[in-house]
Ligand binder design. Structure first.
Ligand code: NDP
Length: 254
């Protein structure tokens, strides 16, 4: 009985940034759990192509830049058109940028905020409407430990501010929709092996500092975030809303 609650049979999920990294791993996990998935990204990757080929009926792709004005409505419309409903939204697409605060210009600040905060806000807003009409849904926003702490050694105030805002957006949305069947949670990963962290992992100094500051002494694989997202998206988390699930190998314990 308990394990059944982790399944997503009959449910439809929209996952942004589903072509690589954490988003692709979430898509694979959701498909394994029985969901139909609409994956969005700007570009395709061989891994995305393979996943689509392996799941010709259950997986579909929609090209969208999450910062485009019409992207939120277009991707929600595509999910409804292709699969008939929308039960789960995973706001995963994101970018990182680092550098001194006093040199971080408006264009870089805008890019971070447009992608990491405005887009999840606007996509969630578009997704809530069909969820309300259906009587419920689940939203998982990918935040970060950077929403809780200052990273070291890299300086990245804008990214951290965007992720803190995503956590608070999730909490307050959860409050607003708790009585109407929509659960909203955030997932706050620590360091995960992906394109986003490849440069830092390849940098001997950064790698050592990141590892030393992670009590488990290693980085996460994307699949370890996918199982957390599956929990939050599924009925296994039926009483969980407004949570920020930290999955960081202990990074924020000290
Ligand atoms: P990657 O760099 O591997 O992938 C980023 C994803 O976001 C890609 O799918 C990319 O699609 C998509 N994306 C970025 N900008 C846009 C855009 N404007 N429009 C559409 N899609 C876009 O990152 P991760 O998998 O590591 O990160 C996924 C999420 O997890 C992000 O929100 C990140 O901040 C968060 N996170 C990551 C951590 C880590 O250690 N890796 C730690 C904590 C949080 P495309 O290829 O088409 O650009």
């Amino acid at each position: 009985m308990a394990l059944e609650k982790f399944r997503l049979d009959g449910k439809v999920a929209l996952i942004t940034g589903g072509n690589r990294g954490i988003g692709l791993a979430i898509a694979a996990a959701f498909l394994e759990a029985g969901a139909k998935c609409l994956l969005t990204s700007r570009s395709r990757t061989p891994a995305l192509d393979a996943l689509l080929a392996d799941n010709p009926k259950a997986a579909s792709w929609f090209q969208a830049d999450v910062t485009a004005d019409d992207a939120p409505e277009a991707m929600v419309a595509a999910a409804l058109e292709r699969f008939g409903r929308l039960d789960v939204l995973v706001n995963n697409a994101g970018i990182a940028d680092n550098g001194d605060f006093h040199d971080f210009d408006d264009a870089r600040l805008k890019a971070i905020m447009d992608t990491n905060l405005m887009a999840p806000f606007r996509i969630a807003r578009a997704a809530v409407r069909p969820m309300l009409a259906q009587g419920g849904g689940a939203i998982v926003n990918i935040g970060s430990i950077s929403g809780h702490v200052a990273n070291k050694p890299q300086l990245q105030v804008a990214y951290n501010a965007s992720k803190a805002a995503v956590h608070q957006m999730s909490t307050v949305m959860a409050f607003e929709y708790a009585g109407r069947g929509i659960r909203v949670n955030a997932l706050a990963p620590g360091y995960v092996v992906s394109d986003m962290t490849a440069g830092g992992i390849a940098n001997a100094d950064w790698n050592r500092i990141w590892t030393e500051n992670t009590p488990m002494g290693r980085f996460a694989q994307p699949e370890e975030m996918a199982t957390c997202a599956l929990f939050l998206a599924s009925d296994a988390a039926s009483y969980v809303t407004g949570a920020v699930l930290v999955a960081d190998g202990g990074y924020t314990t000290h």
